[in-house]
Design a protein around this ligand. Sequence first.
Ligand SMILES: N[C@@H](CCC(=O)N[C@@H](CS)C(=O)NCC(=O)O)C(=O)O
Length: 219
Amino acid sequence: MIDLYYWPTPCGWKVTMMLEEVGLAYRIIPINLRKGEHRTDAFAVINPNQKMPALVDHDTGTTIFESGAILMYLAETTGKLLPATGPRRYEVLSWLMWQMAALGPTNAQTKHFRDFSPGNSTYATERFIAETQRLYRVMDDQLEARPYLAGDFSIADIACWPFILPYERQFEPLDDFPALAAWADRMLRRPAIRRGLDIGSEFRIGGPLDAHVKTLLAS
Ligand SMILES: N[C@@H](CCC(=O)N[C@@H](CS)C(=O)NCC(=O)O)C(=O)O
């Protein structure tokens, strides 16, 4: 049995979407970030970095943190959404690492400086919004000639999509990124992606992102 330590945020959705796509059974263990449940000693044993998500596969005795590593594990366990060898494997992994190193952290910094930093954070806010726009341009260019980031649907798409989804909060309407917008819609039409996005909706508190997700799921 797989236990997923989870809260409904982009990093958490990556894993529920993947589990739904590959059809593995799993149990959700809520880690309430608002109550600081990720900062407990018990959770540090599972993830020494004390961030959500983390996954424990009791059947194989495997504990994993970092959502990119979790996606690789689930892909390799099921033989789905990541080629086992060859150039296409590394194309998928390039985009996965790009998400982990660039798109995800930039998204987090934009949100932090725009919404949470005290005082004048104009320089930092502008810097991270500009970098977000650059990263969106990279994806848009890549998606002009292919339906998914590495050609076929893969863990790279699952990794990146949750960071495009809250675009309204990033001040990033997708009007200038037509290929990215079309891909975002294509992803939302996948039933497993919708199921993954809906996992834990009962934990939400009704903020702007929650409202945005609700609207998407109703579309
Ligand atoms: N690189 C990590 C990022 C994990 C992460 O930052 N998780 C956030 C939620 S999206 C978290 O646990 N935040 C709580 C905190 O920082 O206090 C991954 O992809 O798993």
